[in-house]
Design a protein around this ligand. Structure first.
Ligand SMILES: Nc1nc2c(ncn2[C@@H]2O[C@H](COP(=O)(O)OP(=O)(O)OP(=O)(O)O)[C@@H](O)[C@H]2O)c(=O)[nH]1
Ligand SMILES: [Mg+2]
Length: 279
């Protein structure tokens, strides 16, 4: 599948990120706990070199907990703070406050020595489209300060949000990066809904997902749709279509419609807690 996913405005957004990073003390990077590697920015280690760094493995409620633990340990080895979170229900967010203070202790000490009192810690929130940046900020702020939505590209421009007198957060539009030598990365990001669906082939995506699940999470599809998991994942998809009454003229299985169901069910966690990238 060909993922045409690096339009011009993404290049511009990346350049903007380079500038924004100069304004902050801390970079809060949101990754998706189901694909912690594919959803991370390969440039950020370089761009955020001199900043405190916090990696949040978001949507941990949708990921397989045993792998989330393994990913957390592995990412910590980079010298970043790492926390699994569910931005939607505040779980894990209390710990974020503590980490912000910890991560910025050096900056706070430096300010104090210079006689600067109470300058808020500034943090920027970065991550791929639809990873939950705005949701995180809203939960963290305890108010609906940033617009959210279940599709990529909801946040259009930068927005500063003042949490309290100690912390200001910068919400940014999601950026994708060209790691595309690896088709797998594109697939991962498409599965989690970070690439606009209208430029993708839903049937192929769903069939590939079904094939992955058959290996790593056998029974997930069978349980949800009451169908047999076949060797050929396209055929499984056709079974799902029939089971769901997705039929076209001539009683043919509407696999495109079924693909929509499968992707939607996966993204909403109805197929179970699934990690797509094993550490
Ligand atoms: N299950 C679950 N859903 C989440 C979580 N965090 C965010 N979401 C959902 O993910 C979708 C995207 O959230 P946003 O906060 O708009 O994502 P964003 O990163 O700001 O997206 P852009 O502005 O498009 O870059 C929304 O439907 C959220 O409700 C989470 O931890 N768990
Ligand atoms: Mg947003």
């Amino acid at each position: 599948m060909n993922f045409q996913w690096y339009p011009g405005h993404m290049t511009k957004a990346k350049r903007a990120m380079q500038e924004d990073i100069k304004l902050v003390d801390l970079v809060i990077e949101l990754a998706d706990a189901r694909v912690p590697d594919s959803s991370r920015n390969p440039d950020i280690d370089e761009l955020g070199r001199n900043k405190a760094r916090l990696i949040l493995l978001n949507k941990a409620d949708l990921a397989d907990p045993k792998y989330t633990d393994q990913w957390t340990a592995r990412l910590k080895e980079k010298g970043c703070f790492v926390l699994p979170v569910n931005a939607r229900n505040n779980s894990g967010l209390k710990a974020v406050h503590a980490v912000i203070q910890e991560a910025c202790r050096e900056k706070i000490e430096r300010d104090r020595r210079r006689g600067i009192l109470n300058r808020p810690v500034r943090a920027m929130v970065v991550g791929i489209p639809n990873v939950g940046k705005s949701t995180f900020i809203n939960s963290f702020a305890g108010k609906a300060a940033a617009k959210t939505g279940n599709k990529p590209g909801v946040t259009k421009g930068n927005q500063w949000i003042r949490l309290n007198k100690n912390v200001e957060l910068l919400d940014t539009p999601g950026i994708l990066w060209p790691k595309f030598e690896d088709q797998r990365v594109g697939l991962h990001l498409a599965w989690i809904g970070s690439i606009r669906d209208d430029i993708l082939n839903a049937e192929e995506l769903a069939a590939e997902l079904i094939a992955y699940l058959a290996v790593k999470y056998p029974g997930a599809i069978a349980q949800r749709y009451g169908v047999e998991e076949l060797e050929d994942s396209f055929q499984t998809l056709a079974k799902v279509a029939r089971a769901r009454g997705c039929l076209m003229k001539g009683n043919e299985a509407d696999t495109n419609k079924a693909a929509g169901f499968v992707l939607d069910d996966f993204r909403s966690g109805r197929l179970g807690r699934i990690t797509l990238e094993i550490p």
